[in-house]
Ligand binder design. Structure first.
Ligand code: PLP
Length: 356
């Protein structure tokens, strides 16, 4: 074999580029990554210091994942044999794609869809059939039904990142039931939306629902995701595909403690929903913007020709939001995460100063 046989692969990978992380600016008001600052910092301090006391990191976390799964089972009221975990839901999605999909399996999804998922499909050369959003940032279920027969995997983030759109439960349920292949419903933002499909997994053998503690619990840095699927898939995933110790001891213990305090999460989510409405109502006062409804912890708006100016003006004031640009026939899309009341007020004030 040639000495540099691997160079072609490296060149192929480097041409893909990878997932674009937002710029790191330690002083910025971070409204760019759909993180949750509403949940009090004290919540994390408490669980992490208790987790530290319960942990002996000289040891592998034998039995830890099993205890965590019992706790998730209690939290979502689904049998533990149908629950698996991963190092963030990113890792769960990656393991499903790398083991179940290939150049031959077509994935039906929306355009846009979750950026990381799309990047992973590129990496594994998995072809996508991507249904575009309409000009009012909604999806038409009929387009998905029509394309279903051409696809092997259906992936939808529900609610969708970056639009905040969620199908009605009835529509999505019908689509999932009629789809003849593997269905992945990514519910990273489910707590901010109208419903979850997790309860139909019991009767829907081909369905995997993925959830996370990153958004609603404000634990993005802990990297803790989980999924709900039929027992056979769950067994294979956890015993064969997943690493023997996917989560650190600190993550496991912190996750258990966080789930015990889910009331704090629910209060934060209620707060975020109220603030989401305030941001939408305020942004809608400006003719410059077209603001879309959202079922997630962020809001997408089209600032048209002004979007670069708005983005830069906010950045100059230390407010970081996500610049997305063109989505369908919308040329200047920006996405802002819902932060604390104070953070949101700073954002709205900066917008007012710029536009009034
Ligand atoms: C739709 C969607 N799925 C999954 C994730 C990743 O979640 P995790 O932090 O659990 O990897 C995100 C994060 O932005 C997301 O937007």
């Amino acid at each position: 074999m040639k000495k540099n046989w691997y160079e072609e692969k490296i060149n192929k990978f480097s041409s893909i580029g990878g997932y674009q992380k937002p710029e790191l600016n330690p002083d910025a008001l971070k409204l760019d990554s759909n993180e949750n600052y509403v949940i009090p910092k004290q919540f994390q301090n408490d669980i992490i210091s208790s987790a530290r006391k319960n942990s002996d990191v000289r040891e592998y976390p034998l039995g830890g994942v099993e205890r965590l799964i019992q706790m998730i089972s209690k939290f979502i009221k689904i049998h533990s044999s149908m629950i698996g975990v991963g190092n963030g839901s990113d890792q769960i999605l990656d393991l499903i794609l790398s083991n179940f999909a290939s150049k031959q399996t077509k994935v039906l999804t929306s355009n846009p869809t979750f950026g990381f998922f799309e990047e992973r499909c590129k990496l594994y050369s998995i072809p996508l059939i991507a249904i575009p959003f309409s000009s009012n940032m909604k999806l038409n279920i009929k387009d998905f039904v029509k394309q279903s027969k051409n696809a092997d995997i259906l992936y939808l983030d529900s609610p969708n990142n970056p639009t905040g759109f969620q199908f009605s439960k009835n529509e999505l349920q019908k689509l999932v039931k009629s789809f003849n292949g593997l269905v992945i419903i990514d519910e990273a933002y489910v707590e901010f939306g109208d419903y979850s499909l997790s309860s139909i997994v019991k009767t829907q053998e081909n369905l995997i629902v993925v959830q996370t503690l990153s958004k609603s619990f404000g634990l993005a840095g802990l990297r803790l995701g989980y999924f709900i699927a039929n027992k056979k898939f769950t067994d294979v995933f956890m015993n064969v595909l997943q690493y023997p110790y996917p989560l650190s001891t600190i993550t496991i213990e912190s996750g258990i403690l966080a789930l015990e305090k889910s009331k704090i999460m629910k209060d934060a989510v209620d707060n975020i929903k109220i603030e989401r409405k305030r941001i939408i109502d305020n942004l809608r006062k400006y003719d410059t913007f077209e603001v879309f409804d959202s079922k997630a912890n962020f809001v997408l708006f089209d600032a048209h020709g002004a979007y670069k100016r708005v983005y830069l003006a906010l950045a100059e004031q230390g407010i970081s939001i996500r610049k997305l640009g063109k989505i369908g026939n919308h040329q200047g899309c920006l996405r802002v995460t819902i932060g604390t009341k104070e953070m949101n007020s700073k954002f709205l004030l900066a917008i007012r100063d710029l536009l009034e």
